[in-house]
Design a binder for this molecule. Sequence first.
Ligand code: ZN
Length: 361
Amino acid sequence: MFNATFSSPALDAFCGLDGLGLTVTGQRIEPGTAVLECRVLEDDQWCHRCGQAGVPRGTVTRTIVHTPLGWRPTLLPVGVRRYRCVDCCTIWRQDTSKTAAAREKLSRAAIYWAFKSVVIDRMSTSRVAENLGTAWHTVNDAVLDAGSELLINDPARLHGVRVIGVDEHVWSHTSGGSKYVTVIIDLTPIRDGTGPSRLLDMVPGRSKKVFKTWLQEQKPVFRDRIETVAMDGFTGFKTAAAKEIPQAVAVMDPFHVVALAGDALDQCRQRIQQVTRGHRGRSGDPLYGIRRTLRTGAELLTSRQCDRLNSVFAADEHATVTPPVASSSGSSRPTATPTAPPRSSNSPARSRTSPATSLPR
Ligand SMILES: [Zn+2]
């Protein structure tokens, strides 16, 4: 027995128009578009200046883009009444701010739909624009504004942040020089194993001053809570952190640790190459032959690659290059030498591993 209670069918409620202060007066369903003709629910007939009743002076149409319904972009031509005050001659239109902000093409519901599609469903802005039947810039501007309002201006956004990461990022490669931003992320969920990292802010430029200013702009309670700050080897970030959040431990993030270790391994291999052969690595040289395998994570090596590494390190003259990690296949590699740097991994460790290595001075 099906006991669900039904109410009468209502297009306004189904399309979410009652919440936007509109009611449907007509519909035209075309293969590529749905057009729902609407009018504003509130009369708004009293003079905005003196309070007298206004005299209707015709209707203008404001076309709003709504959330797509039934796989079609949906347009709302809204009839907006104009009034004129007999006493003070003021002319005004019905208030449509509940439907959409002034000069905004998207309905408030469409903005949240676009925002959810981009931020949560990871849809591209161009695809969202196509689904809404509107321009890329219209969607982009609306999503950025909604993001600032819902995410950036949210006072609770910085609550509970104890581990932060700071790094530079090139956002524009141009002939006149690259443009950088300083990216600040929340690594607390990574350290606690509760989820992915969160983007906290992006500030134009990369310098000690940029990071220092950002820290100064935060509330003291936020700065006091920071326990760890992960960064690359750039001393500017470290100096800024030491000044503004002195209690925080500066660590190098795993990505840069791995990158530096990989570089050190390459330099060591090239040095031993010169010592043993007297020239740069070339085809046929044992160390040159393993240059890529050497930088592959131990857990990713095939047994053939392990055998190849073991055969090269079997020679005493190559022992200095031996990485201090046992191979995954179970076959034993030569033991570590004190001068050898740690193994590198090709996987992007930055976002998955919690930072733990002390920053070199
Ligand atoms: Zn008036």
